[in-house]
Write a protein that binds this ligand. Structure first.
Ligand code: HMG
Length: 388
């Protein structure tokens, strides 16, 4: 029996900021953002979307009625939770009409939460082969106006249906992990924006990649040539390139890995960081855009969550030529976004649910997505299915 990712869906907000405009506003050379950081555009989120609505909007595209009945577990990885107690998973389960017999819960370890969900789903399906598990990974990356991290902001959600005999990626059940108590990036309860030790975080990321990749290779007697491509957690796309460069050479296979990396970063460079979903957007980008991957090709996946947890694992491509099917939804979503000026982005950035509590109703006239956050009443979040 093979187990892995059977379907994958993506959602991001309707607005974006161009990095050339941001560079001009911040007095930076645009090539620092475009080449040095590797980001072209950044998703900007309106108050009517949050991790619950984004995850529901991502999942609704991929789930059939039969899937909704068969799902017996909903795992939501996020570091942008909407409540200190209630999980975002329960809201999504209810919005999508997933069977009430499912287990639904949320997990957190910075950007690693999505991978924790994938591995937990793998173990669950190993024991219960008829199960289907919905793994959700959604976040809003915020560092603050005018900060060094601002160019790496973004938002988005990935929804993955995991099952036996998957159509997209069969996991090898081979992985290596490493965790350490490190203060490279964190977000205290009172803050919406993250605190980050930027350069330290990039060093730690590379260190964790090297440790887990080398452990993986030693454990399973593999070398770089066993991988047709690598997908990385991409807080900004240059980060993955820096990590990849530590293990490649100048030979032909290394050139192939660099070419595949270009495919894997395409969507991330247009969306920005989506924390838990970042690695899986990169995987989607690779599968949707690569012209070289074939069924049976092995992909290495590096997941990193600050604080810090790293994991390197692998899977094999199930079907080649998935490009049109996988890429269509993302290309359409990105093409339909509205570009914001820097002042418009700054105004939207200041918006959202007030941290102090109180009732609020958002103007949702411009949000035509299926699931929206209408506001808050009596300390309860009010979500709406606009098709209901
Ligand atoms: P900075 O200090 O402003 O940038 O912020 P810099 O001075 O280091 O320059 C960046 C790169 O641009 C350099 O290249 C420059 O040479 C180049 P590098 O040496 O790195 O290869 N550059 C230029 N290139 C071309 N033309 C030019 C030009 N000028 C400069 N004219 C920093 C960079 C990443 C520190 C900042 O954006 C930041 O703090 N970002 C947020 C933290 C982050 O993303 N860390 C990544 C690792 S941690 C992680 O992945 C976990 C995370 O996702 C959170 C979680 O787990 O929940 C963040």
């Amino acid at each position: 029996m093979t187990i892995g990712i059977d379907k994958i869906g993506f959602f991001t907000s309707d607005y974006y900021l161009d990095m050339v405009d941001l560079a001009a506003a911040r007095g930076e050379d645009p090539n620092k953002y475009l080449i040095g950081i590797g980001q072209e555009q950044q998703a900007v989120i309106p108050p009517t979307q949050d991790v619950v609505t984004m995850a529901a909007n991502a999942a609704v595209k991929i789930l059939s009625d039969d899937d909704k009945q068969a799902i017996d577990m909903v795992i939501f990885g996020t570091e942008t939770g909407v409540d200190n107690s209630k999980s975002a998973a329960i809201y999504v389960q209810s919005l999508l009409g997933i069977s009430n017999t499912a287990r639904s819960f949320e997990i957190k370890q910075a950007c690693y939460g999505g991978t924790a969900g994938v591995q937990m789903a793998f173990d669950h399906i190993s024991v219960h082969p008829e199960s289907k598990v919905l793994v959700l990974a959604a976040d809003i990356a915020r560092y603050g106006i005018g900060t060094a991290g601002e160019v790496t902001q973004g938002d988005g959600a990935i929804a993955m249906l995991m099952s036996q005999d998957p159509q997209i990626l069969a996991l090898d059940n081979q992985s290596a992990f490493h965790s350490e108590n490190i203060m490279d990036f964190w977000r205290p309860f009172y803050r919406r924006d993250a605190i980050v030790d930027g350069h330290y975080s990039t060093d730690i990321y590379i260190d964790f990649f090297n440790q887990t990749f080398n452990d993986y290779c030693a454990k399973y007697q593999r070398t770089l040539t066993d991988f047709s491509a690598m997908a990385f957690h991409l807080p900004f796309t240059k980060m993955g390139l820096k990590a990849l460069r530590t293990v490649i050479d100048t030979d032909e296979h290394s050139q192939q890995l660099l070419k595949e990396f270009d495919y894997s970063k395409k969507y991330n460079s247009l969306v920005g960081n989506l924390y838990t979903g970042s690695l899986y957007l990169s995987l989607l980008s690779l599968l949707a855009n690569s012209t070289m991957l074939h069924a049976g090709d092995r992909i290495g996946l590096f997941s990193y969550g600050s604080g810090a947890q790293g994991e390197f694992y692998s899977g094999t491509v199930v079907k080649a030529m998935q490009r049109q099917r996988l890429g269509h939804q993302v290309d359409q979503l990105l093409a339909n976004r509205t570009k914001l000026s820097v002042p418009e982005y700054e105004a939207m950035y200041a918006n959202g649910l007030p941290n102090v509590g109180g009732d609020v109703t958002f103007d949702s006239a411009d949000d035509h997505n299926r699931f929206i956050l209408v506001g808050r009443k009596d300390d309860q979040l009010i979500y709406q299915d606009q098709l209901a």
